[in-house]
Design a protein around this ligand. Sequence first.
Ligand SMILES: [Zn+2]
Length: 368
Amino acid sequence: MRGQLAILAASVALFSSADAFAYSYSTCGGNPIKWSGNNVTMRASPNSFPTGYWRNALQRAVDIHYRNPSKFFFTLGTDDTTWSSGNGVNEIFGTTDASVHGGAPAAALTRRTCYWLFGWHYGINESDIYFNYSSPWRWTGDELKTSLWTYNMNGAGLRQLQATAIHELGHSSGLLHESRWYNMMGTDFQHLWANGSTAYGYLGADAGQGTAFLYGWWSSARDFSVAHWAYSGVSGEYSTHRRTRVYSTAGAELPVANVANERGHFVRPGQRVQVEFTYENQGSVTHTAPMRWVISTNDVISTADTTIGTGSITLTPGAHWTARTTVTLPNWLTPGKNYWIGVIADPLNATADNYRQNNATYIPVRAF
Ligand SMILES: [Zn+2]
């Protein structure tokens, strides 16, 4: 689980990142820099994001960001065909201009105010997001796992525009990079939720909590979720993430298997193992979720699958927890066949949860 909240020392620095809390943001005279209102319109270039596939992918990112547990949300509109920083319009566009993208795959260019004149004056005035289109094959608007590089052990696939867009929207709302835990403001293409054939990026508990710190909690936000990604370390300003794993009862990671081109583990029929998942409370109140662990013959985890464990998990708002649970696999697993160990939060729909699609996920395994 996250570390305990530190006590904020009485230090003041312009534009420094405040790290007393889990997430990071810019400050001015000790005040977090944010938008003055709770709704900001981003305008997409009709050239870079024409109606259809690409505009839909961007709209989906805005819609997923909308699920955050704060009062803040973005609206997506349409821009004209030109872009500039300082024109007072928040623009989203693709560019092949190296003087703009500087080799970065994407970024948010945010203009902030911070000055003292008989009191601190501060805020976000404008935020533009660009995607590097110099290598158009870098991006996919898909949610299909087969299209995403993070779900293909053979290295095929592209980077999901949607996940990166949610990360950049996080910047536009006022969040900075965060390297200390599993979170969307780290490596976004390793911050995905998946069940069945699809995977999508999401803001997550930590960045959601950061957004709520800046703009206030939305009291009706309820979203307990599970994920098969976890924190693995630091790369510059970013957290890096890895797939959650299956371990022996002694805590040793089981041998890695290629399961339908996805990273999984070799297991024995009847083996007692520790299965690891990440649990998140993306809502605004403390949530206790009944939990069920299952074994499935495909990657679609549902209540129709065979139960191999039960329990419950309680998380405070914004909490994320990567944890192992000991379960015994059935004796009827057939050597040479693929299975999927699943987890389902609130399988009987007994608790309030506004977004149930993210309540189940899996780890692939291969019996031997
Ligand atoms: Zn970033």
